[in-house]
Design a protein around this ligand. Sequence first.
Ligand code: HEM
Length: 132
Amino acid sequence: MEIARNLTLIAHFIGLAMVIGPFLLHMRSKGGYPFNWVLSGTVVQLVTGLLLVGIAEMRLADDPDIALDHIKIAVKSGVALIAFVAALLGFLRQRKGTFTNERKLMPFFHTAGGLAIVDVFVAVLWPGLVMG
Ligand code: HEM
């Protein structure tokens, strides 16, 4: 179980890099936003995040005194879901080519990247996922 958790956590960090890396590189660009990377990264975050929750539930199932902080999980999931929707809308609009001026896609790019950073704050600053 430990190896499954570790590998999933590594994938979770790679997903994080896929969103935040391209966001930081292109946050001041006026076009050519790499929505494909950001969108894929948010999908990786949602999938690996849910897997991590499942793995934690399994590890804790035997101990009735320990519970997962479901409010933290709900907040993280909500933030990640909005980031995913913003990335998806930006990706679809960019692919359609409706905007001659790609700068109009910037709010979608900033919402997705900014919310991913918000989720890092939630992950690290909100005390533990596991409550004793
Ligand atoms: C953009 C989205 C996300 C980012 C940037 C992110 C970031 C992080 C970071 C930095 C950690 C390590 C720090 C810590 O353990 O407190 C972490 C752990 C974790 N994340 Fe996320 N996360 C995201 C989405 C999600 C989602 C949607 C879920 C659940 C549905 C989730 C569930 C978890 C769990 C369960 C852990 C702890 C793993 C463990 O220690 O066993 N994450 N996340």
